[in-house]
Design a binder for this molecule. Structure first.
Ligand code: ATR
Length: 279
């Protein structure tokens, strides 16, 4: 059977676990495909997508720094990718380029399925209002928490992100607020770190009083980039969780779009953790 070709495009890309994850999904579901990583020069993104289409590529994942460009070059963009303003999945079909964003659903699935914590009626705090936060806010609202506060160092960015999602939040009966990080009050069941503060070596940019005992403290990164936040959460009695499950779950949603088959994401997450622990 001929193999269908997929890839992940980004820069840098050598660290990407997506080839491992999708290759494992394909093995476990019996799908005949090849998935590779492509390092793309910064000014070559559109050209590289076209080359992959011309080679017969069926779809690709998009990672930093091309998620915004990918949304712009598509011929059709899903509602969730429009709301996020960014895209992490392209599908090439009948001469069309279809853009989608599975990051937010990946996060929600990791929390609700893998951690078995339903978000409905919870109080959620989303830290950050950059690209990572924008990618997840829509699906978080769709999980119908009673309340979401988006808190950011630059409060105007939180306000515009909230304004863009207000109609959806009203429909889902979720109260949505934008706040300055330093003006935060109240306690939350779920705190999600979508800031880049730890990458810059800065302290966790929020007071520990936002954590309820036993709250879930989720960092969307994994590895060294998540460590400071996870340590802080543990020290203050919260349940820490890194973003490895989100990575695998967003990949599972992309695989489902491309292949029409849901891969066993929880099993692959367990295996990937073992691989990383042994590395
Ligand atoms: P990404 O795509 O990773 O979200 P981004 O769009 O540059 O990257 O957004 C980075 C986020 O981390 C922003 O919310 C940023 O806050 P500002 O909007 O105020 O810049 C946040 N961030 C970065 N460094 C931070 C720090 N030291 N303390 C608090 N927030 C920080």
């Amino acid at each position: 059977m001929p193999l269908d070709h997929y890839c992940v495009m980004g820069h840098p890309i050598s660290h990407s676990r997506s080839p491992w994850i999708h290759t494992r999904f394909a093995e476990l579901t019996g799908q005949a495909l090849v998935y590779q990583a492509r390092d793309i020069a910064l000014d070559h993104f559109a050209h590289s997508v076209q080359s992959f289409v011309d080679e017969g590529g069926r779809g690709c994942n998009i990672t930093v720094p091309f998620k915004f460009q990918a949304a712009a070059l598509a011929s059709h963009t899903s509602e969730r990718a429009l709301l996020a303003g960014a895209c992490n999945v392209l599908t090439f079909q009948d001469g069309q380029v279809l853009a989608d964003n599975t990051d937010g659903l990946g996060l929600v699935n990791d929390i609700e399925r893998n951690l078995q914590l339903p978000l409905k009626a919870r109080r959620v705090l989303l830290l950050g209002a950059g690209g990572a936060a924008a990618g997840v806010l829509g699906p978080l609202i769709q999980a119908q928490p009673s309340h979401i506060t988006v808190a950011n160092r630059t409060v105007s960015k939180a306000s515009s992100l909230v304004a863009r999602h207000q109609v959806l939040a009203t429909l889902q009966n979720t109260e949505l607020l934008a706040l300055d990080l330093h003006a935060l009050e109240g306690d939350f069941n779920v705190i999600i770190n979508a800031t880049a503060s730890s990458l810059q070596g800065a302290d966790v940019p929020v007071a520990a009083s936002v954590l309820k005992p036993g709250a879930l403290a989720y960092d969307m990164m994994y590895g060294a980039g998540a460590q400071a936040f996870l340590d802080w959460a543990r020290q203050h009695g919260a349940e820490p969780r890194d973003g490895l499950g989100m990575l695998v779950e967003q990949a599972a949603e992309a695989f489902l779009i491309w292949r029409g088959v849901r891969p066993p994401a929880a099993q692959v997450l367990t295996e990937l953790r073992q691989v990383l622990d042994q590395a």
